[in-house]
Design a protein around this ligand. Structure first.
Ligand SMILES: [Zn+2]
Length: 194
């Protein structure tokens, strides 16, 4: 169990209490019917899209990346970085428990495959050669993701209700005060370095 999972305040901030129960067989069939051929190959058959082709490669807006199949938030836009690999890359997942890690020994390599923890759809792999703060590189297929810009409602593909289908509040630790920049800068008596 990670430090975040042990701390109730941190856990609440990070997870927003998403319902992680898997879709029923009927729901899964309905969601899968909505995929095109390439999405089906990557999400359901553990395929990999061609590098430098993904629609989210140059996406830089703040927001949330969700599972293309079931709509579960998997990454924050703020965790995205330019890896140069040709696939969207992130330094950390949206929250504990939203990704499942599986040892993958295909193609003569030992890698860690990541799938959506709720529906099992293939997302990509995680490597230990990422930048700070985590040192991890989550290398993800664009077709495995959908993007919700800040201020727009999240998808709710499984009719689970809030926080899905709603605008996600920006995470703030429980009990943490709103920023008081005016007071802080007056107290300091000089302009703050930016
Ligand atoms: Zn999913």
């Amino acid at each position: 169990m990670s430090a975040a999972a042990k701390d109730p305040a941190m856990k609440q901030t990070n997870t927003h209490h998403f319902d992680l129960a898997p879709p029923t067989e009927e729901e899964f069939v309905r969601l899968a019917a909505d995929l095109d051929e390439e999405e089906r190959r990557v999400l359901l058959e553990h395929g990999t899209e061609s590098p430098f082709c993904g629609v989210f490669l140059t996406e830089k807006r703040p927001g949330v990346y969700t599972c293309r199949l079931c709509g579960l938030p998997l990454f924050h836009g703020g965790a995205k970085f330019e890896s140069g690999t040709g696939w969207p890359s992130f330094t950390q997942p949206f929250a504990d428990g939203h990704l499942k890690y599986i040892q993958d020994t295909s193609y003569g390599m030992t890698r860690t495959e990541i799938v959506c923890a709720r529906c099992g759809a293939h997302q990509g792999h995680v490597f230990p050669d990422g930048p700070p703060p985590t040192g991890e590189r989550y290398c993800i297929n664009s077709v495995s993701l959908a993007f919700t810009p800040d201020g727009e409602p999240l998808p709710d593909k499984l009719d689970r209700g809030a926080p899905e289908g709603e605008v996600l509040r920006r995470g703030r630790a429980v009990g943490e005060a709103e920023p008081t920049s005016t007071i802080a800068s007056q107290a300091a008596g000089s302009p703050q370095p930016d």
